[in-house]
Structure formats: C-alpha cells, structure tokens
Design a protein around this ligand. Sequence first.
Ligand code: 5AD
Ligand code: SF4
Length: 524
Amino acid sequence: MKNIYLETFGCQMNVLDSELVSGQLSALGYRFTSDINAAQVVLYNTCSVRELSEQKVLSRLGRLKIRKAGQPELVIGVIGCMAERDGVRMLRRLPHVDLLCGPGELDQLPALLENVLVTGKQQHALAGNTSRRTHTLEAVEEDGLELLDLSRSFSPVESKFQAYIRIVRGCNKFCTYCVVPYTRGPEVSRSPQAILDEARKLVDAGCLEITLLGQTVNHYVHEETISAAGGPALRRTTFADLLYRLHELLPELPRLRFLTSFPADFGDDILQVMAQNPRICRYLHIPAQSGSDRILKMMNRGYTCESYLELLERARNIVPDIAFAGDAIVGFPTETDADYQTTRELVQAARYKNCFIFKYSPRPGTLAIKRYPDDVPEALKRERNNDLLKVQNQICHELNRQLVGKTVTVLCEGPSGWEGTGAADSVIAGHTTVAARPMAAVGEAVGGSGTVELGPRLAAAFLPAADKRRQGAVDGGRVQLTGRTTADQIVVFDGPPEMRGKMVPVRVKAAHGMTIFADVVGGV
Ligand code: 5AD
Ligand code: SF4
C-alpha cells in the first residue's frame, strides 16, 4: 500500500480536515509517513488567507517538480483553500500536480486519488463557488461531507485529549479582504444531533476538551421541522442552545471551547450560558481587525470600535474571569497613522491574552483587491506590525505576571516538546507558541503571528535542565510537562509522565515573558 505524506497549512478547520482525510485514507489501507522521501503520495492541505501561505506551498511544489522528473509515479495533490481558489488553472500551470480537491469536496478525495493511481491522469473536485449543500443539513445521510465529519476516529494521547468539532461550515460575512467565503462557500450550520453524536463519540473515546469550530461560530443557528401534537413545528437551535445542550449531555467532559466569534450579533444569551456552566472555557477569540471605524467600514465588518469594546465589557461583566484573544490587520488600504493609533488603543483597551497581528495581504477575487489599491508601503506595514506586537507582548507579560501566586487547573497535555498530532501547540526548544490557534496561523511565519523566544537570561537559567528533561532524562520520576488553563494559557511544570490527560491544579510560581511556570499543588 502507498505511503502518504500530508502537510497542513492554515487554520484549525484545515487541521480538522487533515485529521478527517487521514482517518478516511487510513481506513482504506493507506499509510501515513512524516518522511516526505519515503512517500509515494504527497498531499498539501493549503491556506489562501495570506499570500505567504500560498508561496510556501508553491515553493514546496517547485521542489517536488524536480523530484517527480526522476520519479514519475510520485502523486502530488493540493487540497484545501488554495486548490479551490486557483482551480484548474493550477493544473495547467503546474502540470506535475496530479490532484486538486477543494475543502468542500474532501469526501471525494479517496476516489480522486484512486483515479490518479489507476489512470495517471490529473483529477479534480472543486465546488467552483457553487455549494452542493443546502443551508442546513437535514439530509445528513446523503451528504458525503457530513459523513466525513461523522466517520472520524480519535486517539486521546496523540490528540492531547483535545478534538475539534465543526459546527458551522463556510462564511457569509464577506469581509472585503478575505477569501474564505469564496473558498469554503456559504455558511451552513450542522444539525445539533450530528454534533451531539460526534461529541458523545469523542468523549467516550477519552477526549477531555472539545473545541467547536466555525468562522463565525456564534452565528450558529439550525432550523428543522419536527412533528408535534398540533402538526409539524419548526425547531430552532441557537448557538447558546447548542452550548447548553452539549454541556448538559456531557457531564464528564471537563472542557468545552469554541472558536472564532464574530463581534456583531454576539448575544448575552451565549455569555449567560458560559457564566452558568463553568466547564465552558473562559476564553473568547473575537477578532476586531482594526480600531478605526473608517477602516472597519471599508472591511465590511458591521460594527464600530466603540460597540466592540462595549461587547468586551459586557462579556467581562457577565463572565468575570473571561480572557479574550484577537486578530488585527495592519496596513489595510488607506490606513493612516491616525487609523493605526486607534488600533493600537483598541489593543491596549481590550487587554487580550494574545492577539494575532497580520499585515494586509491583497487576495485575488476579494472585494478589497478590486476596490482599493494596496497603498500602505511594506516597510510601514512591518513597522506597525512590530509595534503592535510589542504592545501586545507587554500586555501578555502583565497578565501572566498577575497569575503568580494563584492556583489554576490545567489540562496536562504531556511532556513539553512532545508533539501530538492534535489541536494544541506546545513548547518546543525554547519557543513558546503563544498562539491559541487563530483561525489561520498553523504554518505561518513568525512575523507578528505571536511566536516569541525566551530571552537569553531565562534560556541560560532554565532551559539546560528543561532540555534534559525534554529529552527523556527522568528527574526523580518527574519530567517537564505542559498544560493549558481554561483561558488557554500554556503552563510548564514538573510531574510524573502519568499526569498526561489529567486535570491538574497547579500554583503559578513565575511568569517569564510568555511562559508560565508552576508547581503541582500538594507536590508530586
Ligand atoms: N490579509 C491579512 N490578514 C488577513 N486575514 C484574513 N484575510 C487577510 C488578508 N487578506 C486575517 C484576519 C483573520 C485571520 C484569520 O486572518 O485577521 O481574522
Ligand atoms: Fe468570514 Fe472571518 Fe473571513 Fe470575515 S474574516 S469573511 S468573518 S472568515
């Protein structure tokens, strides 16, 4: 059987898609390898949100062209958003690519791959901007994509006890800079029953943290006709209803999260459900994108800086221990220094736990590229990016320092530096990925996306011992472990490896930059 090398770029949706695709292909007998040279099939699950992500894939494809010249039977596939965005043009431009599959067609991937292997001819499955799905998925059994979500297998240790469940596919917001509505199609809310069934299966398989995914997760709404005593009736499930039902149905699930929230139409009902149900994580990833009302309007975001900050205040009042994460774009067309200052002030006022900062990247097919010239020079974008990153890092240090002396409960993911296949980032060789998984940050460059290095003093003081432990050296039966708080902060502590997969109370003893160090309460 063939070995497949699969590399994933982009957001959590792509991470989940890759997991589902791997499950499906493994069930058909394919094996997966992390060594690209040992693979007969190379698949890239791609992201189109910024040009940089696409360039990375193009450079990998360039390298593979040389390899394929000497190994013509090598199969090269591009799946995900870039396949959908570029379409068959890519097959013409890059004839060594054998297979294209859009994110809405991934259930067809095994058949496409089989066809390539049998015929040696290029194959593609793309939605071409027309979704074959209805607004809500009632005919679940007829929808192959829905079956793909339902067919997953889950391995607790490999996945660090965490799993994603997609609840809303696609997006209807059409922010003027964004390709997602074009590549992932219109917003579709999955049936609550399918979501509940999937969650139940994951929990039965040992999952301790479920993250509900949607580009605008709070816009989840599902309507279905049910038969009632007085005749057919319409049953409407809102996002708050869904959260409540999941929380009720799964009393043994310690953590339920959701990503990403859209700042307009964020109802108090969601905040109330969070406040009343402590197993719903105190964490809201709610991108503002800009602090300038003029720019927000040009972006088609549908809210003002003031209403955004009011929402954060409302959320803090109803859920006092809530933490926020944001996304910001600098250098959007026509952005002046004064506009940028408002973004800076918004970030200061929001006091995000972390904020993902991006330089505006004009994307083909979007309204922004058609309407507005990309007139902010690259050097100025970089300057604003670095400046905003400094502001955010300062806030992050302050918030982390406030934790010193406090006891928090973490979900222990295992030895630090150990990388599962799953949802979370981890502490690797002196780098702390502060990222709490923005909707598009896996595989992104450091430039502003929130990755920091420990300072040399700390590295000298802490890392040699930590490195030893990471490399498996046992220190009185203890290793260096990492865990996450409900607010998605990464905490490093020592303990026995068996703590993996446990909810562990720890007392924070130090916060150095982005990294929080703690001791297990009661010792180990
Ligand atoms: N340029 C820069 N950043 C972008 N994002 C989306 N599209 C673009 C673009 N064209 C950012 C937004 C979004 C995150 C996933 O990526 O901040 O929230
Ligand atoms: Fe949708 Fe988010 Fe893109 Fe806006 S930025 S169009 S909400 S995916």
